[in-house]
Design a protein around this ligand. Structure first.
Ligand SMILES: [Zn+2]
Length: 348
């Protein structure tokens, strides 16, 4: 590593340690394996999410989640100290010093509950927040037959949906479209679409930076109703849920094979771009140079080098770096694949 770190007040490429707040569902061993770490003796089995470059906090469950840099600075403080350095002028003009993005590694040690996230419009009207939560899943590891679920297959009335939520049984999951996934898949989940992640996948997840979830399935996970419905009346919370249908054509439009990218290219459908960008960088025939950007950069396989104005560093699978805009263009060399998770692009 030859990075020349100037001052803590200046945006500098930072390697990120694991940041795994305790959650209500099991998982986390695939994250440790991916990051090249041993499972600690006191591992509690409830660390299924590694929050990467996070300025967001959990809605409940202790309110953790914010990233702390190696020198002990909390990320929001570091970003505020040099917003233009981290994000570039155009982003700051549009969004201020907010990355407008939450990135996670997620390892499902069990199937997650069926849930959905409100849209920006709903969050603005009812949750006093101008972010909703569109999210996307980039599948890094999947056990054979691993499945995710997105959108109701058939149109439901308000009463149909309320009935399914009342019943708290398997019918809720059965009403969704199942999608069998393998490593190399990507799925965009628009705000409002009910979804679930099955057991046995490690995904790189991009989201709008909130933790608003409507937990349609909550009883078997022991979630409080106030937590399940965001503190709103249930009928209002259920208005944020897309009642369907999501047909096969629509599902296909939400999917991509990120592993097909050679050189560099998007991991997600264009529809994701108002919310976030994920760019695959994979030098297949020679070095690849991509534009300057604030990017939570996850090395997904292999080993190589990453060169910016701030120096050259060796990188290998499982490394996670926060690269600032001020590092300039990024050149990637070697037998390595990385994914840059970035805020929505701002022109100019
Ligand atoms: Zn979700």
């Amino acid at each position: 590593m030859t990075d020349t770190s100037t001052s803590a007040a200046h945006a500098t490429t930072a390697a990120l340690a694991v940041n795994t707040p305790r959650r209500f569902y099991r998982g986390g061993e695939r994250i440790l394996a991916f990051r090249g770490l041993d499972v600690p003796a006191d591992f509690d089995g409830y660390r299924p999410e590694d929050w990467v470059g996070s300025t967001a906090r959990l809605f409940a469950e202790g309110g953790g989640g914010v990233t702390t840099l190696e020198d002990g600075t909390e990320l929001p403080e570091a970003l505020a100290a040099d917003a233009e350095g981290w994000f570039g002028e155009a982003h700051v003009a549009r969004f201020g010093g907010d990355p407008n993005l939450l990135t996670k590694l997620l390892d499902s040690g069990e199937r997650l509950p069926v849930h959905s996230h409100p849209s920006r419009e709903f969050a603005t009207a009812h949750l006093d927040c101008d972010h909703g939560k569109t999210e996307a899943w980039i599948v890094l590891v999947a056990e054979p037959g691993a499945t995710v679920w997105v959108g109701f297959r058939d149109a439901l009335s308000d009463d149909d949906l309320a009935g399914l939520v009342d019943a708290q049984d398997e019918r809720l999951l059965a009403a969704l479209n199942p999608i069998e996934v393998s490593a190399g898949d990507a799925v965009l989940v628009p705000a409002g679409q009910p979804h679930a992640i099955g057991e046995g996948v490690l995904i790189l997840e991009l989201q709008e930076p909130t933790d608003f979830s409507v937990m349609l399935e909550h009883e078997r996970f022991g979630l409080e109703l106030d937590h399940a419905f965001l503190g709103l009346d249930r009928p209002l919370a259920l208005r944020s849920v897309d009642h369907g249908p999501v047909d096969q054509e629509r599902l296909a439009s939400l999917r991509r094979r990120w592993s097909d990218v050679e050189g560099s290219g998007p991991a997600l459908p264009d529809e994701a771009s108002p919310y976030f960008c994920a760019e695959v960088v994979r030098p297949v025939s020679g070095d690849v140079t991509v534009d300057a950007a604030y990017a939570a950069t996850v090395v997904v396989s292999g080993a190589g080098t990453l060169t910016t104005r701030q120096g050259t560093r060796e990188v290998a699978a499982g490394d996670v770096l926060l690269v600032p805009h001020s590092a300039g263009d990024v050149t990637v060399s070697g037998g390595v694949t990385l994914i840059r998770c970035m805020p929505p692009r701002v022109d100019g």
